[in-house]
Design a protein around this ligand. Sequence first.
Ligand code: 13P
Length: 268
Amino acid sequence: MELWALSTVVLEHIDRPMKKHIVGNWKMNGSAAFTEALVSEISAGLSAAHAVVGVTPPSLYFSTAKSKATNGLLVGVQNCHEAESGAFTGEHSVSMIKDMSADFVIIGHSERRHVFGETDEQISAKVKAALSKGLPVILCVGEKLEERDAGSHEALVGTQTKSALNGVSAEQMSKVWVAYEPVWAIGTGRTASPEQAGAMHEVIRALLVELYGSEIAHKTPILYGGSVKPNNAEALLNTKGIDGALVGGASLKSDSFLAIINAAPKAE
Ligand code: 13P
């Protein structure tokens, strides 16, 4: 949790650029041996890193990852259930995730929304469940291709964000990162251009200003996700309003993930 706290301190002044936040979402990939090796390699590469860095292995390998994480590498999980306990086969509660000392949870990933049918209401309940127990959240939002083509992408992402943060207090926002992940850019090799991503980040930031005021809005990291690779990371991470990256495929190899981390500009 140290780096998390540190990142908040670094954000003391809203006019100062924040440290970039780079998170790997492994999705359902890997094995125990893969997790040990990849977390060790990433950790070793972080000794001089100037970013806040995290990984989210499959939950079965969480402890394996945690035991190998050094140099401030955060380890999170990819999902949680909103209930405290009960007959929810296959799910994990926030208390269980906290019990394992996870640093954060990803909520509302597009695969949870569109493959597993999670609704805005459910995502909002999960966000509240996590924050009520002090577990930091990476809240994912993003439009599908047809919504972008129809020009409804900004309204849609605004609705997703507003709904998920409904009932979240200003104080709790210190434990929220938002990730903008356009569905059409995830796993497709088709990245949003820095202009497209930057424009949506401005929309999200403006909404956060409306909901929580300027200071909190500018302290909330807004990450971009969707085919972030070593060859496009520098342009994306140097775009105004893009505070980091949520990386899928390219986070599964230490060389490409470390290259993305090293592409992050230093906060002044
Ligand atoms: P890719 O980087 O593989 O497109 O995945 C993005 C993503 O979904 C991260 O959560």
